[in-house]
Ligand binder design. Structure first.
Ligand code: AMP
Ligand code: MG
Length: 500
């Protein structure tokens, strides 16, 4: 299954870190060959392209066979870390699984996938990586909002990189077809290739493997919750068996904190994949995987064990994550569970930027202040000033928001004082868990608008900025501001479709 050659491949961006990881000569990326290979027009010796077959549960229903309709694996490389990494082109033309699709991808979605993969990596979120972004030179017709307004858009191809691109759906399709021998082969292969630390001769091998998939998935989603990422399409065909974020489509970053928010217009009615549902949905997806693995277990206990572990690990990781965000030494259930619950409400009282809110908290200075002074210090006005950069409304106190927030803040600061740590120690912990720069939807859209006009500099700017998302960078003030008003309802900035 070879990629389809394109008319004029041009490499417009690449990740130097992924290049280094793979041991690729940095100069190679400037060559015509790089654009041809990474755009699917030329195969290098040893490449044996293939597309994978998978099924999936989409929006809660079994959708039958899907498969790599527009992704082609070029092969594996042994990288400088001694491990194997698969290179996969997304958007290189039709495959046996394309169904009615053209197998192509457009610049806007490819650019978003390229940048977000790398941004997530630098945030410390498990993710597939992106090596390159190539313009194909061909035009691709898409009806962005499925409303009868198709337009021709520049085609593009991302080269994604991961140890494997195997998804839950690769297992599901085999069980659905009663290909149990193949199911066993795929599980054994996956374990041998990607879970080599598991004890192959153990009678509990499959149980341990499923448990690890559950644990990794839990940890991944907790990271999403930490940084304010909404995947947007958590179908089981978009769930990596490695617990890595995969398939960047209509994803989004929360600007104003809103657990019910999803950027995906296709999911606007049901909000199945909204921010606050992601933990439960991943569990549901693991249940579908457990069902698919049933023929290899034929008993409930080991599968239930993994699912239970998911719940436990999710809860414990979530609590630790919140403690880190808030600057507590440890999560103390007696005080912190209630504080966090209240915070969730406070953040929704008035539109509050999630990213900027947490960074504002870490700027609070408590050194030299006594508990008794908090009541006088933490007034609604003080809160208003502290959180000014995070509030979207111009008058954030129409209904006592600042008053209520001040109450919460007093309890919160008392809690911080209990830990007895100095400001610098606490803020260091907070600032390494709360990013300052995230790939806000409108920032990606600006890079897209410029790129569609032939200017690729903003891709490079964002790539560079997002290499150090936790570190304040001189001259980059514009990138850590609230989403501007003009972007509130603009396509691509606040809402996205699956059309890509
Ligand atoms: P997604 O919603 O992007 O995860 O895609 C769901 C399924 O549709 C996957 O099997 C994709 O490979 C397939 N698909 C999406 N877009 C195209 C396309 N343009 N051509 C062929 N298959 C596609
Ligand atoms: Mg997909």
């Amino acid at each position: 299954m070879n990629p389809t050659p394109t008319s004029n491949p041009v490499l417009i961006a690449h990740s130097r870190e992924v290049g280094e990881l793979l041991g690729i000569d940095p100069e190679w990326f400037a060559s015509e060959q790089a654009a041809r290979v990474l755009g699917g027009s030329e195969l290098l010796p040893g490449m044996q392209p293939f597309a994978a077959c998978y099924g999936g549960h989409q929006f809660g229903n079994w959708a039958g066979q899907l498969g790599d309709g527009r992704a082609i694996n070029l092969g594996e490389m042994i990288a400088t870390d001694g491990k194997h990494w698969t290179l996969q082109l997304k958007g290189p033309g039709r495959t046996p699984y394309s169904r009615s699709g053209d197998g192509l991808a457009v610049l806007r979605s490819s650019l978003r996938e390229f940048l977000c993969s790398e941004a997530m990596h630098h945030l410390g979120v498990p993710t597939t990586r992106a090596l390159s972004l190539v313009l194909s030179g061909d035009l691709v017709t898409r009806d962005m909002f499925y409303d009868g307004h198709p337009r021709k858009e520049p085609g593009a191809i991302v080269c994604r990189v991961a140890p494997t691109f195997t998804r839950f759906g690769n297992f599901e399709i085999l069980t659905a077809r009663q290909e149990i021998d193949n199911l066993r082969k795929l599980v054994d292969f996956t374990i041998a290739a990607d879970f080599p630390h598991l004890e192959l001769n153990s009678p509990d091998l499959y149980r341990d493997w499923f448990e690890e998939v559950c644990v990794r998935t839990a940890q991944m989603v907790v990271h999403w919750m930490r940084v304010g990422f909404v995947h947007g399409v958590m179908n089981t065909d978009n769930m990596s068996i490695l617990g890595q974020t995969i398939d960047y489509g209509p994803y989004g970053w929360m600007d104003g904190y809103e657990p019910n928010w999803t950027p995906n217009t296709t999911d606007a009615a049901g909000r199945r994949y909204a921010f606050g549902n992601q933990g439960e949905i991943a569990h549901w997806n693991l249940l579908q995987l457990a069902n698919a693995l049933w023929p290899l277990f034929e008993q409930e206990a080991p599968l239930q064990h993994g699912l239970n572990r998911y719940v436990d690990v999710y809860q414990a990781s979530f609590q630790t994550m919140m403690a880190n965000k808030l600057g507590f030494k440890h999560f103390e259930s007696e005080t912190d569970a209630e504080l966090i619950k209240e915070l969730d409400k406070i953040l929704q009282r008035t539109e509050t930027d999630m990213t900027l809110f947490y960074r504002s908290l870490s700027a609070i200075k408590l050194d030299g202040i006594q508990v008794g002074e908090l009541r006088d210090l933490v007034t609604p006005q003080w809160v208003g000033e502290l959180l000014r950069s995070a509030y979207y409304g111009s008058e954030p106190d129409p209904s006592g928001v600042l008053n209520d927030t001040a109450h919460w803040m007093q309890r919160y600061l008392r809690r911080l004082m209990q830990d007895g740590r100095c400001d610098s120690e606490r803020s260091e912990q907070m600032n390494s868990n709360n990013p300052l720069y995230v790939l806000r939807n409108y920032l990606a859209q600006q890079a897209i608008d410029a790129a569609e006009a032939g200017d690729y500099r903003e891709i490079e700017n964002l790539l560079e900025l997002l290499r150090k998302p936790y570190q304040e960078q001189a001259g980059k003030e514009a990138y850590c501001k609230r989403r501007p008003d003009w972007a509130r309802h603009k396509a691509g900035c606040s809402m996205l479709s699956c059309s890509s």
